[in-house]
Design a protein around this ligand. Structure first.
Ligand SMILES: [Mg+2]
Length: 282
């Protein structure tokens, strides 16, 4: 066994596409609320009001599990409170609506998955340098994937994008019930007895998971970060401890991409999943 390990998050880290996902979440949450009984809380004629509430909630949960992001957005749309309510009873709505919340979750999940599939098909690709850097690192470090995506989808995507399984000690995703989050996975790896361990990820949430597991962290935003990672490792294991917020440009993109999609939907002419992903990536 090599002395040190490096674990990589998958989506947004080895594969590009982090900001697309944010738009998918925003669109899917609003449409699911509109279609599944929560229309009375929305402002289709003043979509900016809802968009502000969606964004305020989303920015507090970047990289969090999809249903936690939904819970924060729904609470924000209903109550202008941005905390992810674990239980619909915390939303201060009547019993009938509480029961309808499972329908919102189901519809949101369908839409979000369909949008992700359409984007993955056409746009989401590995960062150009990722495979080469993995191959270089595998000679010195034991490599892992630690992802919040469920195991079956993770392995499918890993193979689909042509990553080499032989470079990795293990490929670890979440279980089907949504348990075993990245913090837990990282801890399991660390407990194998490595002298040092690094988690390479793309979200603030990844930084938190690394802290929870007591491992170091390095952030990937763009392809050049892979070269930066290699250089940093030549001086010892890096550890980036500072969290970050979305840039002004990223915030503007959320509005610029999501509002036209919602307006088309409200006008009764929703775009196909393919058209949506084209618009986001144009
Ligand atoms: Mg990620």
């Amino acid at each position: 066994m090599k002395a040190e390990a490096i674990a990589f998050d998958f989506d947004g880290t080895l594969i590009k596409g982090g900001l697309d996902k944010a738009v998918h979440i925003m669109y899917s949450s609003w449409v699911a609320c509109y279609e599944c009984g929560f229309r009375g809380f929305l402002h289709p004629d003043k979509i900016d009001v809802d968009m502000d509430r969606i964004v305020r909630a989303f920015v507090l949960y970047p990289g969090a599990p999809r249903f936690q992001q939904l819970a924060a957005i729904v609470n924000s749309l209903i109550n202008d409170r941005q905390r992810a309510a674990e239980d619909p009873a915390e939303l201060g709505i009547n019993k009938e609506l509480e029961q309808r919340y499972s329908g919102v979750r189901k519809r949101y999940n369908e839409l979000f998955s369909a949008l992700n599939d359409a984007a993955a098909e056409k746009y989401w690709r590995p960062f150009p340098s990722a495979k080469e850097i993995l191959s270089i690192l595998s000679t010195e470090y034991e490599l892992y994937i630690a992802s919040g995506v469920t195991q079956d989808i993770l392995e499918h995507d890993f193979d689909h994008h042509g990553f080499d399984r032989s470079l990795f000690n293990d490929i670890l995703g979440a279980n089907m019930k949504g348990g075993s989050d990245k913090g837990y996975i990282l801890k399991q790896i660390k407990e194998k007895g490595y002298t040092d361990m690094l988690f390479v990820g793309d979200s603030n949430k990844d930084l938190e998971y690394a802290a929870v597991a007591g491992v170091k962290f390095f952030r990937i935003r763009e392809d050049s970060d892979y070269k930066r990672l290699l250089e940093a490792l030549s001086r010892g294991m890096p550890d980036e401890k500072k969290s970050w917020s979305f840039t002004q440009q990223e915030m503007e993109l959320f509005y610029a991409k999501t509002i036209p999609l919602l307006k088309r939907y409200i006008d009764g002419a929703p775009m196909s999943m393919e058209a949506i992903t084209d618009l986001i990536n144009e």
